[in-house]
Design a protein around this ligand. Structure first.
Ligand code: CTP
Length: 402
């Protein structure tokens, strides 16, 4: 499966280092040439000799230990590899790489690498959920690093949760698939317009109406569309996220601004992904000055905003329209209703009360409904991985423009 493939394994210091020995064995059995680089802390768990025996190659632990004077080891190893796997990847190495720090053999080599780098985190569940770690993972994913998500289960620290290094067999399978499957770019040459985040409807200069949308699903859809080869325009309401590399970004505030921005991109769009949580109502009057409080209750008159997606559905010529339905009950029935009434091709339905998904969460549980009547449920998945699967399924059907 992996004959003639050169895999460089970077091993960093966590209890899962022992599984990295099995990974070297699996990769070698599958035919790969494997070389191993370890951090000093990794050598506290397993001695380099184990990796040397398994890989039949020298093991590198020190940037300044040049085993061959005709080359510079960290550059030579980086250039040698067809694929680099960091397993187990500690919170520390993820943090360093996300910030461009190169203070040991592993991190120096990673900065010199041009081959694809896969990162397989393994750590305590609370560390994996720490905002700093999540931020660093997010940064690296946007920089183009691939992640092999840790699985859930009993952790060495005694906790049960997500943080276990993916099994060596599975990582080997992924590597084999990577070399045998061509990169999938089914959206190459297609223009994909993605809307994301909430809209914000002003009441007066200091107040507004909005909703809890984090924009994470929409940003993940835009990132996935870029990865699948599309030309992406991301039209985004106010969110606290960095846009994915490679997408053109249009920032808007209100539903009216979003409508205008989407219509400006609509004629030559092949796909429109409407992930934004658009406000259905806005204040009838936007007060020019800060409203003063008065005695007793107050009533805020609201008027309807335009239904952007319905407007697009009514004006559809060749575009493939993908809507979202955020529901709290009877999700599939309401989803089907919206698919038909807005003249959509697809709708992604999610129950926002599901604890594994919804607003603000990094994961989501959805069902993809097509206008042809198909219903595809997806298990709880990270929004980024889910977005790729959803768009791959949609792209497989093609847009009418094809
Ligand atoms: N949508 C839109 N413009 C609006 C409201 C919603 O484009 N003014 C889009 C959303 O981006 C989403 C889809 O319509 O893709 C469904 O949004 P949702 O809020 O679930 O439904 P609504 O149509 O607003 O219906 P309801 O509030 O009755 O659930």
């Amino acid at each position: 499966m992996l004959t003639n493939k050169k895999i460089l394994l970077c091993v960093t210091g966590g209890i899962a280092v022992y599984k990295a020995v099995a990974l070297v064995s699996r990769l070698s059995q599958a035919g790969a040439a494997v070389k191993v680089v370890m951090t000093e802390s990794a050598t506290e768990f397993v001695r380099p000799l184990s990796f040397q025996v398994m890989s039949r190659n020298d093991v590198y632990t020190d940037t300044f230990d040049e085993k061959d004077s005709s080359v510079i080891a960290h550059i030579d190893l980086a250039d040698w590899a067809d694929l680099i796997i960091v397993a187990p990847a500690t919170a520390n190495v993820i943090g360093k790489l996300a910030n461009g720090i190169a203070d040991d053999m592993v991190t120096t080599l990673l900065l010199a690498a041009t081959a694809p780098v896969w990162i397989a985190p393994a750590m305590n569940v609370h560390m994996y959920e720490h905002s700093a770690v999540l931020r660093n993972i997010d940064r690296l994913a946007r920089d183009g690093y691939e992640f092999i998500e840790p699985s859930e289960g009993f952790l060495a620290c005694g906790y049960v949760g997500r943080g276990r290094l993916e099994e060596p067999e599975k990582i080997t399978e992924l590597a084999a698939a990577f070399f045998t499957e061509q990169p999938q770019r089914p959206l190459a040459g297609k223009k994909v317009v993605v809307t994301a985040g909430p809209t914000l409807e002003r009441i007066d200069p200091v107040r507004y109406i909005s909703n809890f949308s984090s924009g994470k699903m929409g940003y993940a859809m835009a990132e996935a569309a870029v990865a699948l080869g599309a030309d992406v325009v991301l039209i985004t309401g106010p969110v606290a996220l960095d846009p994915p590399e490679g997408a053109a970004v249009v920032r808007v505030e209100s539903a009216a601004e979003m409508l205008e921005a989407v219509l400006a991109q609509y004629d030559d769009a092949d796909y429109v992904v409407k992930s934004a949580a658009v406000a259905d109502y806005r204040p009838q009057t936007v007060h020019p000055n800060k409203m003063k409080k008065k005695e007793g209750n107050s009533v805020l008159e609201l008027e309807r905003t335009a239904d952007i997606l319905k407007t697009l559905g009514d004006r559809k010529t060749h575009q493939c329209l993908i809507g979202f339905a955020a529901e709290t009950d009877d999700a599939i029935t309401y989803g089907k209703g919206k698919l038909a009434s807005k003249n959509l091709d697809w709708i992604i339905v999610n129950d926002v009360t599901d604890p594994s998904g919804g607003f603000g969460s990094d994961s989501n549980v959805v069902t993809l409904l097509s206008k042809d009547g198909s219903e595809t449920p997806f298990p709880a998945m990270e929004k980024r991985a889910l977005a790729k699967e959803l768009l791959t399924a949609v792209a497989a059907q093609g847009s009418d423009a094809q």
